[in-house]
Design a protein around this ligand. Structure first.
Ligand SMILES: Cc1ncc(COP(=O)(O)O)c(C=O)c1O
Length: 421
């Protein structure tokens, strides 16, 4: 086909209705959004300074405080995917030359280190093999050794499916006068992470995992210690300055969009203009948080833990081996080894085309070695787990992998029956 015909054919295709195939998204995220969240996103748009919209913003903060288990005043939403809040936190906290310690146990630790580097930090990383996490005493020893201004760590790293225990880290950071930032993108709402009780200074997340929404909004909370560090870098945008504006004496934050000093002013009662709010994403965030708070955090954590037990029981009943240190497995994502002789990508394609079910591939040192199966947010449901195990069994058998037919679904059903009884 010549170039002109190709362009024409592409345009015909582009004019088709948007009609995505039904899919069950059982990878490490995104997952299927709760239909209530999608409905909320259909609501009428409002201007960001409409009193009703400001009330929705305040309500969103209020609901998110419950989700983060915090009383932090500054609990807000960064517009963008989860990584936007990581950037906002780091660019606002890190002054060029600050030492930042990043414990790396998977891809997202590397991401934090890279962002901190771009912010001008003197980054010190410590690494552990993918599939493991750091013992608390190792983290304490490294903090004592490096004396960082900031420790920045991922809670659940979806690349390895491991969750770093964090209950003691906040205390240790305080003893060494370091701030603690936590990337809870993949665990908030699915695993317990009480920001105040664990003394986490800044925590951020995304909607597309345990919060049951689409990606595109990033909830973030920061406490008074973090606020103090950020506010001394406040430099109000020239075109918005009023005569009583007072700048901080610290170096300006090197990003305008991700300047948390300005974003806090925008979310506060000052309502100082910054970006044009992503209205529909704010509605989505409010609905995600509302649904979770209504369910009850403890119930949501138990639902994710149950789904995890059912998934692992099913995979093991099929004769598959789980990946990583199971004592530290995330509740919402499970890593499983691709068995010898099976082409992992071919199997994923078969699962998608025959069953409409997506599971995750892997990258870095795990590339081609494991699949990652998520059961989180709206999809941490028995029917989603059972359908995934059933489909996986069928396509594995189709690939010639010998397994006891029916055992996976039976094992997962037994977990659900036991927890109901
Ligand atoms: C732990 C973790 N952090 C950060 C991110 C980045 O999120 P996003 O792609 O929404 O920017 C992800 C996405 O998978 C993640 O799992």
């Amino acid at each position: 086909m010549d170039e002109a015909r190709m362009v024409e054919a592409r345009m015909v295709e582009a004019l088709d209705d948007l009609n995505p195939a039904p899919r069950l998204l059982m990878g490490p995220g995104p997952i299927n959004a709760d239909p209530r969240v999608l409905r909320a996103m259909n609501a009428q748009l409002l201007g960001q300074f409409d009193p009703q919209f400001r009330a929705y913003m305040r309500q969103t903060s209020q609901l998110l405080r419950a989700v983060f288990q915090t009383a932090n005043r500054a609990t807000l939403v960064v517009d963008g995917t989860a990584r936007s809040a990581i950037e906002a936190a780091l660019v606002s906290l890190v002054e060029p030359g600050d030492r930042v310690l990043v414990p790396v146990f998977g891809r997202f630790g590397h991401l934090i280190a890279e962002i901190a580097q771009r912010c001008g930090a003197e980054v010190r990383t410590i690494e552990t093999e993918w599939g493991s996490v750091f013992p608390a005493e190792v983290l304490e020893k490294e903090i004592r050794k490096h004396q960082p201004k900031l420790v920045a760590v991922c809670h659940g790293d979806t690349s390895t499916t491991m969750a770093q225990p964090l209950a003691d880290l906040g205390r240790v950071c305080r003893e060494h006068d370091a701030l603690l930032y936590v990337d809870a993108t993949a665990t908030l709402g699915g695993m317990d992470l009480p920001a105040d009780a664990w003394q986490l200074d800044v925590v951020s997340a995304g909607l597309q995992k345990c919060l049951a929404g689409p990606s595109g909004a990033a909830p973030l909370t920061l406490n008074a210690r973090a606020e103090e560090r950020i506010v001394r870098r406040r430099h109000t945008e020239q075109g918005l300055r009023t005569s009583d504006a007072v700048d901080g004496d610290g170096p300006p934050i090197r990003s305008n969009y991700f300047d948390l000093a300005m974003i806090m002013d925008y979310w506060s009662d000052k309502a100082l203009n910054h970006h044009t709010e992503a209205t529909s994403m704010l509605y989505a965030t409010r609905e995600c948080a509302r649904i979770l708070v209504k369910e009850g955090l403890a119930n949501a954590f138990a639902r994710h833990a149950r789904a995890s037990t059912a998934v692992t029981a099913g995979l093991q009943a099929m004769g598959l081996a789980l990946f990583g240190d199971q004592r530290h497995k995330m509740a919402n994502v499970t890593g499983v080894l691709v068995p010898a002789g099976v082409n992992g990508e071919k199997l994923r394609r078969a699962l998608l085309s025959h069953f409409g079910i997506e599971i995750g591939t892997s990258f870095g040192p795990l590339h081609g070695k494991i699949w990652r199966i998520g059961a989180m947010g709206y999809n941490a449901r028995p029917d989603a787990v059972l359908a995934t195990l059933g489909g996986l069994e069928a396509v594995l058998a189709g690939e010639g992998f010998k397994l006891p037919r029916g055992a996976a679904v039976d094992a997962a059903l037994a977990v659900y029956r036991e927890s109901a009884g």
